[in-house]
Design a binder for this molecule. Structure first.
Ligand code: BTN
Length: 251
């Protein structure tokens, strides 16, 4: 499994498989800092003992069943204020790849991959190191539920669950990396607008009247993503509100 990927131009040409580690994000960061990894390198594991999720949560994944990896990017061409562009590009790459296997896959703001009505399939944890020069390092952590069938929490699903059969996770891994590369190259070519339009097009709940909570429950519809990556919701009284990650919850 852990050879050089043949279907990419420069991502995944240096893949390090660890049978077990605390967190591939931590491992990738530490190894990059000591000069052992370069752009496109990947740390992948079968078992994380302290997998990290968004909002300081833990990421649980049944050992050997799913994909848990971190990819090193050095998008110095991006300004720190453009960080969300990377989230959108990576989300779209994953959405595209998984759509080869099952239908109904969508991106959910800010960093989730979901099935239209069956719940969460995966998440992305991007940790950036920024300077006045731009984004110097981006550790792109990806956790995708592939062959796991039982989940200890509600609202989670996997490709095998949706497809009704186990799938080849190594093959999916290759497709995911090549599609992330495709969207990353678009970003590199300055096509942020295209990325944003596609992200909004595939965005879970875009343009649907639903319930959210920003301290209290309210009804509104997602109408866009701001330059800073904030979620723009039009409330039922037609006022526009911009929310950062921790300011709004999907109910
Ligand atoms: C989320 O909370 O939805 C984001 C989950 C990200 C999990 C992945 S698994 C590989 C990488 N290493 C980590 O510790 N976290 C990310």
């Amino acid at each position: 499994m852990h050879k050089i990927l043949a279907n990419t131009i420069y991502l995944g040409k240096d893949i390090h498989f660890l049978p077990e580690c605390h967190s591939t994000n931590e491992e990738a960061y530490a190894r990059y800092k000591t000069g052992k990894l370069r752009e496109g390198s990947i740390i992948i594991t079968d078992k994380q003992t302290k997998g990290r999720g968004q909002r300081g949560n833990q990421w649980f994944s049944e050992p050997g069943m799913n994909l848990t990896f971190s990819l090193i990017l050095t998008p110095v061409f991006m300004d720190a204020s453009e960080q969300f562009g990377l989230n959108m590009a990576v989300s779209l790459g994953i959405k595209d790849a998984l759509s080869d296997y099952v239908s109904g896959i969508m991106v959910k703001w800010p960093n989730d991959i979901v099935h239209r009505d069956k719940g969460k399939l995966g998440g992305i944890l991007i940790e950036n190191s920024v300077s006045s020069q731009g984004i110097e390092l981006s550790v792109v952590g990806v956790g995708l539920n592939i062959n796991q069938l039982d989940f200890p929490f509600p609202n989670a699903t996997s490709i095998a669950h949706l497809a009704g059969a186990k799938v080849d996770k190594e093959e999916i891994f290759k497709v995911v990396i090549s599609r992330i590369e495709k969207y990353y190259l678009l970003l590199k070519r300055g096509k942020e607008k295209t990325i944003k339009n596609l992200y909004q097009y595939h965005l879970f709940r875009f343009g649907e009247m639903c319930t959210y909570n920003d301290g209290e429950d309210f009804t509104g519809q997602i109408v866009g993503i701001s330059e800073q990556g904030n979620l723009i919701i039009e409330k039922i009284n037609q006022t526009l509100h911009h929310y950062s990650f921790k300011q709004v919850k999907f109910v």
